[in-house]
Design a protein around this ligand. Sequence first.
Ligand SMILES: Cc1cc2nc3c(=O)[nH]c(=O)nc-3n(C[C@H](O)[C@H](O)[C@H](O)COP(=O)(O)OP(=O)(O)OC[C@H]3O[C@@H](n4cnc5c(N)ncnc54)[C@H](O)[C@@H]3O)c2cc1C
Length: 111
Amino acid sequence: MLPWRSRGRAAARRGPEATLSAALDELRLLFGPEACKNLQPLVYSDWVNLPLIGGAYSHAISRLADVMGVLGTPYYDRVFFPGEATHSYDFSTAHGAFETGLRAARELLAR
Ligand SMILES: Cc1cc2nc3c(=O)[nH]c(=O)nc-3n(C[C@H](O)[C@H](O)[C@H](O)COP(=O)(O)OP(=O)(O)OC[C@H]3O[C@@H](n4cnc5c(N)ncnc54)[C@H](O)[C@@H]3O)c2cc1C
């Protein structure tokens, strides 16, 4: 669960227990109580109160989609660029990062 902006600040004020409990409630609503009965909180990060982060979360915006594909263009057929930012539509995601890794590996092998 990634609450940000005002929700992130409110969650930070409520503290870990209340936030994790709210997250579990939400998961129960989404997937049903049976699917969630063995879930245990694993990690709690409080980015709002980390001075070097201050609650920030950044990601690409969809109107830049054309540019994202350009970022993955190989450099002189010698350097290959994977990473979520190089995906032309699934940027800012883990599966997008994974796919760009496969793409960069294929480009390298095709040389
Ligand atoms: C809090 C949070 C929650 C998220 N939640 C989700 C989610 O629910 N679903 C989802 O799909 N995505 C989520 N994401 C986004 C997802 O995690 C990222 O898009 C994805 O991990 C990016 O993968 P990547 O391999 O492109 O980059 P990264 O995982 O950032 O990997 C880049 C690596 O390069 C290393 N590196 C950087 N510079 C150098 C250098 N000069 N030399 C050597 N190494 C270097 C870094 O240390 C890092 O290990 C979340 C991200 C965050 C931060």
